[in-house]
Design a protein around this ligand. Structure first.
Ligand SMILES: C[S@@+](CC[C@H](N)C(=O)[O-])C[C@H]1O[C@@H](n2cnc3c(N)ncnc32)[C@H](O)[C@@H]1O
Length: 457
């Protein structure tokens, strides 16, 4: 039996998306200008594109602004014939190929996946963030099923968790320019590595709470959107033009080449790993320059660093995350993550670049207040300070459970062979019997029927 998406809990999930778009996007944009791309869905005739009808129509977003993607040929055909007035790709297309090849910009990207997160769904997010396909203030929404993730994905999500913990503890240590600073950092680093090695074994032994990992899907998306061009075209980040950056990249390639080629980094292959590591080094150079200068306090230094990262990589800050979970009518646990992504205001980017920038010889970072009068410098610092900390410390809430639409099928009555043969002699087909009773498969019943027909029963 085909189950459609016309059920109470799915409707509730669409209502959450609608509420989010209304609150966060339509507060500053007219519905007429909003451009949407989504999976409209069309499992049953007459129930096509429920997301378009329940979310975008009711918000006043014109149908012609909506792009529908569908990879299943039958659904694609059904959608095209339904006279919806939305746009489609000419032929059935996987979202992966769509986002890889398009340069069109959208304000809402809603990817209502039927399956779990794999490297493909992750790379789709990377294309969107890396190619800047979401407009400023745009909304990114995903539904994933929360089951049976592959081992590689689980490990990937575990490393997102590890990076977060490492970053948090570095944050606490950064201003401590003590004698044993390096030892403390290295010690803390190996403590975290050991802890996560142990956790990784517990994944293999299946004693790990996988919901902890699934919470990292939202964090992974936050990091991907922050990464900006680093995600798909790292050579476009501003530092890639400097000599020192190329040197770091080459060092990593030489030292880690073999190890890196063994790993897979998704769309970019090993370049992804190399550039991410080189960029991290670059940021720690900026960080030490801040600490060395001693002029700005820790909170300003960290904020400025974060904004530098966003600016150099044309990344997005993620805000206002809402997360929900529900049980679908197919009895699958689903996770709904909705988030708003913002570009760094130009004014802020320019200001941050005044505090610290690439040195004129391209050799490193230079803390740079000498270009500003003390008064102007204080002005820049106070502007950086005023940006709400939610731009940096993204709150990733636990999902709110919306309920279940799963109705277990009625238990069928068991039938004896004698009774089945009797009913088939009365003209009831094997298929009708199999639907009504348990005990025999359709094939077994068909075999009995053949005996009846041949007179061997
Ligand atoms: C869950 S349904 C969409 C339901 C719809 N959003 C609603 O609210 O009723 C997902 C649809 O997208 C299609 N789909 C799933 N993953 C896709 C992908 N990677 N590329 C293109 N289509 C995809 C599926 O075939 C299915 O028709």
């Amino acid at each position: 039996m085909v189950r459609s998406y016309n059920d109470a809990v799915k409707q509730e999930s669409r209502a959450k998306l609608k509420g989010f778009v209304k609150k966060n996007l339509l507060s500053h944009m007219s519905p007429r200008d909003v451009r949407v791309v989504c999976f409209p869905g069309a499992e049953v005739d007459g129930e096509e594109a429920l997301e378009v009808k329940e979310v975008y129509d009711s918000l006043g977003i014109p149908r012609e602004n909506v792009m529908g993607i569908e990879y299943d040929a039958k659904n694609h055909e059904r959608l095209k014939n339904a006279g919806l007035g939305i746009r489609f790709t000419d032929r059935p297309m996987d979202a992966y190929d769509f986002f890889k090849t398009t340069s069109e910009k959208f304000d809402v990207i809603s990817l209502d996946y039927t399956g779990q997160r794999t490297w493909k769904e992750r790379d789709i997010a990377r294309y969107i963030a890396g190619k800047g396909l979401l407009g400023n203030g745009g909304i990114y929404c995903t539904n994933h099923s929360a089951n049976r993730e592959g081992v590689k994905m689980k490990k990937g999500l575990l490393s997102v968790m590890r990076e977060k913990e490492a970053l948090e503890s570095m944050k606490d240590m950064m201003p401590l320019a003590e004698d044993n600073f390096l030892e403390t950092v290295v010690g803390e680093g190996s403590r975290i590595l050991d802890k996560y090695d142990e956790m990784s074994s517990s994944i293999k032994e299946k004693t790990f709470d996988l919901n902890l990992l699934r919470d990292q899907i939202a964090r992974d998306n936050v990091e991907i959107f922050r990464g900006g061009v680093l995600e798909v075209s790292p050579h476009e980040n501003i530092f890639a033009r400097s000599q020192i950056f190329s040197e770091i990249v080459e060092c990593y390639r030489k030292d880690l080449g073999k190890e890196l080629s063994k790993r897979k980094f998704g769309v970019l292959g090993e370049d992804y790993g190399v550039y991410k590591m080189a960029f991290r080094d670059f940021l720690s150079m900026a960080e030490s320059e801040f600490v060395r200068s001693g002029v700005v306090k820790k909170d300003v230094a960290l904020k400025a660093l974060h904004f530098l990262n966003l600016d150099f990589n044309k990344g997005y800050a993620v805000r206002n995350i809402e997360r929900y979970s529900y049980t679908s009518n197919k009895n699958t646990n689903m996770l709904l993550d909705i988030m708003e992504v913002k570009r760094l205001p130009d004014m802020l980017a320019q200001n941050v670049n005044k505090i610290i920038s690439l040195s004129p010889d391209g050799q490193g970072m230079k803390y740079n207040p000498c270009f500003l009068s003390p008064k102007a410098f204080r002005g820049v610092v106070s502007r950086v300070k005023r940006v709400p900390s939610s731009w940096i410390d993204v709150n990733i809430p636990a999902p709110i459970y919306l309920g279940s639409s799963w109705v277990p099928p009625k238990r069928k009555k068991k039938i004896s062979k004698e009774k089945a043969v009797e009913l088939m002699r009365d003209g009831i087909s094997p298929r009708a019997l199999a639907e009504e009773y348990s005990g025999f498969t359709k094939g077994q019943l068909a075999a009995f029927k053949a005996h009846i027909t041949m007179g061997t029963y």
